[in-house]
Design a protein around this ligand. Structure first.
Ligand code: MN3
Length: 198
């Protein structure tokens, strides 16, 4: 079984103006595709070949850096496309909203925590809402790293590599993170991730 590039779950221009067709053409068709090709190449002859992607990510972490980087980026992007939708960022489904209120105090506190995690990640990486030890928390990770290698399950993640926002928001990462939360997040998919984790 090889790793394959999933189609975007919407048209390339469906997230504009918050994330343009040009960004998605580069980000999905070129960057994500390159991670898929490289991961498949590196899986040849590896005993992780054919394993579920989560096992490949955990199994290559701190053992095979090149495989980890490409497999983890594949995992991260598969979910990232699904964590967005046209006209997203609306109401948080009740069960997830209750968990956010319980663990952060309020949705506003969650929002500050998520944006600050994204802003605080120096250079390339990701910010996350993740479930760890039964509690929701925000975290930031460098490069390809993700909550899986910290014993946590990702519920929502945002790519803060410049390739994700430089065309549309230039160097304004904060504006990108706010546009992601206000206009792009597919909260139904985040709620599905929480259901899967509990
Ligand atoms: Mn990316």
């Amino acid at each position: 079984m090889t790793i394959t590039l999933p189609d975007l779950p919407y048209a390339h221009d469906a997230l504009a103006p918050h994330m343009s067709a040009e960004t998605l053409e580069y980000h999905h068709d070129k960057h994500h595709n390159a991670y898929v090709n490289k991961a498949n190449e590196l899986l040849e002859g590896s005993d992780l070949k054919g394993k579920p992607i989560e096992d490949i990510v955990r199994g290559s972490h701190s053992v095979n850096g090149a495989l980890f980087n490409n497999a983890a980026q594949h995992y991260n992007h598969v979910h990232f496309w699904k964590w967005m939708k046209p006209g997203g960022g609306g109401a948080v489904p009740g069960a997830l909203e209750n968990r956010i209120n319980q663990d952060f105090g309020s949705t506003g506190d969650f929002r500050n925590s998520f944006v600050n995690a994204g802003l605080g990640q120096f250079g390339s990486g990701w910010c996350w809402l993740a479930l760890k030890d039964g509690r929701l928390e925000c975290m930031a990770t460098p490069n390809a790293e993700n909550p899986l290698v910290h014993g946590a399950t990702p519920i929502l993640g945002c790519d803060v590599w410049e390739h994700s926002y430089y065309i549309d928001h230039r160097n304004n990462r904060k504006a990108y993170l706010e546009a992601f939360l206000d206009h792009l997040v597919n909260w139904e998919y985040a709620a599905e991730c929480l259901d899967g984790a509990t």
